[in-house]
Design a protein around this ligand. Structure first.
Ligand code: ZN
Length: 415
């Protein structure tokens, strides 16, 4: 297939570095960015290049979802009342959710666990070979079912993976062997599902240490759900790449996160919290307890996130989308919540979702910014998201979506 060359002209560029928007042109050659004009200057279109006139729209890097559960069923296209589906429906729903993320500007997704063992590994193979639309994916394997009171949100009846360091080692190894790139552990429970569970550790230190050792040996990343301070500490000390929530971090946990900020990431996962507070469930679903817990988590996150940010810990948007009241497709709301609750400016939230997203994906230096040599994952956005971060939640504002140099959404050429 011949390489395509595309010149984006007459755009304002948000390059993902945090620098202010500047007027300019960007040249894409094949699947990489070839050239970025100096601010206020134009590029000459090479012979044979297609030209996209942005009419002053903003060109920015594609977004990364740091806490994706593509197999969690609900999306803004299709409401699913619970969390479990028959296998065939689950498979097709997962495929559909991958496409929905890309439709909403998410060109990358780091998985926080799946409802099937090889589901995301297979999905990634189909996406990467060009057969199915979806984001670049760091695929995970099955996630252990959290302890739950269970009437409202059973997380899909996922099998347990045994107890003791040997069983944990075998689990990590088996995930690596089937091609998972990240392995998810619920280091703490989840109070939204069972009162008090966020404060309980679900693994012994020996088990988490075994997970860390096997992950290094098998060359996979570890991903942790961690509310309790003790869970955060176990995760950091045993080499986890990303920790979700970190709600009840104490001084020691904050110091540990700070000391490891160059190799790890935190996703507060604020989307699910706000969605729980906003949810208006039908009378047969009693969300009183979930809402009380969400209010407490929000209060803690509002205090914690600015501290971590100030200490240079990379906090990434991504918020457990896929629940009935927090559907896939609403992911960009997380950026707005970072601004509303966590002390980020719109530009800082955008840097977190783009530049840091590329780093989380393990593609530091070639993904998440608009610079020569970077992969051409680009969004052309009507308006200026550094002024109005909420723009990104409406897919009608995404004039064009490009992943790996190919348009997922082609800009309309005015007649
Ligand atoms: Zn999650």
């Amino acid at each position: 297939m011949p390489m395509t060359t595309i010149l984006f002209t007459n755009v304002r560029i948000f390059d993902g570095s945090g620098s202010a928007l500047f007027a300019g042109d960007v040249l894409v050659d094949g699947n990489r960015i070839a050239q970025v004009s100096a601010p206020g200057t134009r590029l000459r279109a090479p012979a044979g290049a297609s030209i996209v006139d942005g009419h002053g729209a903003t060109l920015m890097p594609g977004l990364t979802e740091a806490h994706a559960h593509l197999s969690w069923p609900s999306s803004i296209e299709r409401f699913v009342p619970g969390m479990s589906l028959p296998p065939e429906d689950l498979l097709l729903t997962t495929v559909r959710n991958a496409r929905i993320l890309l439709d909403y500007g998410y060109t990358s997704a780091y998985s926080g666990g799946a409802l099937g063992k090889t589901l995301e590994v297979s999905l990634k193979a189909h996406i990467d070979s060009g057969g199915i639309p979806g984001p670049r994916l760091v695929p995970s394997s099955i996630e252990r079912e959290p302890p739950s009171d269970g009437q409202l949100l059973q997380a899909g009846n996922v099998a347990d993976h045994g107890k003791g360091p040997q069983a944990i080692r075998a689990f990590v190894k088996s995930c690596a062997e089937i091609g998972a790139k990240s392995v998810k552990f619920l280091l703490s429970g989840e109070s939204a599902l069972q009162p008090g569970a966020s404060m309980r550790l679900l693994y012994t230190p020996e088990e988490v240490q075994a997970a860390g050792e096997q992950a290094r040996e098998s060359n996979v990343w570890l991903t942790g759900h961690a509310h309790a301070a003790g869970a955060v500490k176990l995760g950091v000390r045993n080499g986890f790449r990303i920790l979700y929530h970190c709600t009840y971090s104490d001084e020691e946990a904050i110091d540990l996160l700070t000391g490891n900020r160059d190799r790890m990431f935190v996703a507060p996962s604020i989307g699910i919290v706000q969605a729980t507070l906003d949810a208006k469930p039908p009378p047969q679903f009693d969300m009183t307890h979930m809402k009380q817990d969400a209010a407490i988590v929000l209060e803690h996150q509002q205090r914690l996130a600015p501290v971590l940010k100030q200490r240079g810990v990379r906090l990434l948007p991504g918020g457990d989308y896929g629940f009935p009241f927090n559907p896939h497709g609403r992911n960009a709301r997380d950026l707005e919540l970072f601004v509303q609750h966590l002390g980020f400016t719109p530009t800082e939230a955008l840097v977190a979702a783009t530049q840091w997203g590329g780093e989380l994906m393990g593609m530091s230096g070639e993904l998440g910014q608009i610079k020569p040599g970077y992969f051409a994952d680009l969004l052309l956005v009507k308006g200026d998201p550094t002024v109005n971060i909420g723009l990104l939640q409406d897919k009608n504002n995404l004039v064009a979506i490009m992943k790996d140099g190919k348009f997922h959404k082609q800009p309309m050429t005015p007649a």
